[in-house]
Write a protein of this length. Structure first.
Length: 196
């Protein structure tokens, strides 16, 4: 059963990676870098600062910082324990799939997927009270993580497990944000009991 899942994961990677073309390579190479999303991040900061207090914002920055450190360390721990080849380095696949970008680290599970999905969940759980279409910010982790499949840097299973780990951890860190927000009464009077 496990071998069948791994084979399905490989087959799906080969199919999805094969959909790529040289004309799109530049876009996906650009989109896979976190820093290139800075306009999106600035927009989120703008939305947050319109609705939450400066103290809440500072708490959020602290919570997100600890979240990123935690997920990065856990991702690296699992990667160095499992030692799964990235598709571009897999001896069975490296001559089958398109090579666009190389990497020498391990593949399982995706730090891009865990960091992006978890952090966006935290932000969504805060923003949903104020913005009807806050769910649209989930397009970021979907596109961001798909770039890793397109470039042959992760298997779909790496992305899926990254999403599961990221959202589970992100929900826990959101609860941590709520705990400290309520403990120190950081909520503005107009937004009393905004977070539960």
């Amino acid at each position: 059963m496990f071998e069948q899942l791994l084979q399905f994961d490989r087959d799906l990677l080969v199919y999805l990676n094969g959909l790529g073309s040289e004309s799109w390579d530049g876009f996906f190479l650009y989109a896979t870098k976190q820093l290139n999303w800075w306009p999106f991040f600035l927009f989120l900061i703008y939305l947050l600062l319109k609705k939450i207090s400066p103290k809440q914002f500072l708490l959020l920055v602290l919570v997100l910082t600890v979240f990123f450190v935690f997920t990065d360390q856990m991702t690296n721990l699992v990667k160095n324990t499992v030692e799964r080849y990235r598709p571009v380095n897999d001896p069975e696949l490296k001559d089958v799939i398109r090579f666009v970008k190389g990497s020498h680290s391990w593949s399982f599970f995706s730090g891009h997927a865990s960091n992006s999905s978890g952090s966006i969940l935290i932000l969504f759980l805060i923003l949903r009270k104020y913005y009807k279409y806050a769910f649209l910010i989930f397009f970021f982790p979907l596109i961001f993580a798909y770039t890793r499949i397109y470039l042959g840097l992760h298997f779909p299973g790496d992305i899926l497990v990254g999403y599961l780990f990221g959202t589970t951890t992100g929900f826990g860190f959101y609860k941590l944000f709520c705990y400290f927000n309520n403990k120190y009464n950081l909520t503005d009077k107009q937004n009393k009991n905004a977070f539960i």
